[in-house]
Design a protein around this ligand. Structure first.
Ligand code: NDP
Length: 247
């Protein structure tokens, strides 16, 4: 039900953390996986995760907030591997502080990477997926886009925007056999959370009914479900994977 043999997947932010786990999961399921990350070195590290899982891997150095580069990456991938069946928009950054102190740069970088990057890659894959009359897109948002969080107005706005994009695009593309879904992770152990103060970690853990932080693989398994045959009647929805943190 979750075999993905022969599929081509593109994962943004696949060099580390959640993205890297998604690369490994999709490669283990049989996909060829292309990875977008900010530098040649990090993109190659992501591609290596696919190779380590026994699949083909390919890296692209690209800033996801560069619309022209998104188009180039997708065109190159289609020319090289013949299409793109799965897109996972995972690249993301945080720049946390209260809004009163937030710089234009803090706002722009978070909105450009998390929200505009997702829009650009969704747009770029639409044509080849429509031509193939099939495809699956998963956009990685956050429970913060649902609940909000003090000190993360920029990030919460960008992640909430992803829900509107996901539902709209699912409506646009459903009749073409293309599904679009979002995942809202809770607190996941990665570089993004490792630098948080111990007090914040303690308080966060207390808010999680399942009494543990999430691991990148918890999110990767959700992606595998959504893009596979098992999720073939699921579109326009958000899968919350947070150990109950947002309850
Ligand atoms: P990490 O900080 O561990 O990794 C971020 C990834 O995004 C890296 O691969 C990085 O590439 C890439 N990236 C960042 N900026 C850009 C850019 N401008 N262009 C291309 N690639 C970029 O993050 P996580 O694994 O923790 O998070 C992954 C996603 O999950 C994000 O969207 C995040 O918002 C979301 N999320 C995370 C949660 C958590 O608790 N960790 C909770 C909820 C959501 P490089 O290695 O080249 O820097």
């Amino acid at each position: 039900m979750t075999d993905l043999s022969g599929k081509v997947a593109l994962v943004t932010g696949g060099s580390r953390g959640i993205g890297r786990a998604i690369v490994s999961e999709l490669a283990a399921a049989g996909c060829r996986v292309a990875v977008v990350a900010t530098s040649e070195k990090s993109a190659e590290a992501g591609a290596q995760a696919a190779i380590d899982a026994g699949a083909e891997g390919k890296g692209y150095a690209a800033d996801v907030s560069d619309a022209g580069r998104a188009q180039e990456v997708v065109e190159d991938l289609v020319a090289t591997w013949g299409g793109v069946d799965i897109l996972v928009n995972n690249a993301g950054v945080t720049r946390d502080t209260v809004l009163m102190r937030m710089s234009d740069e803090d706002i722009d970088s978070v909105v450009d990477t998390n929200l505009k990057g997702t829009l650009y890659y969704c747009r770029a894959v639409t044509k080849p997926m429509m031509k193939a009359r099939s495809g699956s897109i998963v956009n990685i948002s956050s429970i913060v886009g649902i609940t909000g969080n003090a000190g993360q107005s920029n990030y919460a706005a960008a992640k909430a925007g992803i829900f509107g994009l996901t539902r709209s695009l699912a409506s646009e593309l459903g009749s073409r056999g293309i599904r679009v879904n979002a995942i809202a992770p809770g607190y996941i152990d990665t570089d993004m959370t490792s630098g948080l103060p111990e007090k914040v970690k303690e308080v966060s853990l207390q808010r999680i009914p399942l009494s543990r932080f999430g691991q990148p693989a918890d999110i990767a398994r959700g992606v595998r479900f959504l893009v596979s045959e098992a999720g073939s009647y699921v579109t326009g929805t958000t899968l919350v994977i947070d150990g109950g943190m947002s309850l």
